[in-house]
Design a protein. Sequence first.
Length: 155
Amino acid sequence: MSEENKDLGDKAEDAFDSAKEKASELGEKASEKFDDAKEAASDFADDAKKTANEFADSAKEAFSGAGGENKKVLAGVLAIIVGSLGVHKFILGYKKEGIILLVATVIGYATMCFVIGSFIVMATAIVGLIEGIIYLTKSDEEFYNTYQAGQKPWF
């Protein structure tokens, strides 16, 4: 039996050595795969950063005049809804013109018992409606050039 045990011991040692070699080979392969995965992740991160930077640059370029578009829609809608109060003028930065519309509307409401007050309120409302329609029908670039860059306060 000792001879049998010796053969089994030798076989076990051979199997152990073979398993060690296989484990070592698999470890090396896993290490290579890990390095490849690490490199791929690094490449992906670099590509993601590049794409994000390109997106940010194009967004900056696209939205450099975004204030014009946003102000166009906001000013146009407010001009149609509450144009007689001159809110759209304040949105565009025309304080003097906004105050003129607001004061005219307040005077119109104050003199509403007289016939003239109704006409004043109606006139300021019509001014707001016309300006709102004009704002919304202009292209973004034309609106920006006319009302924000060109500072054209009326119509």
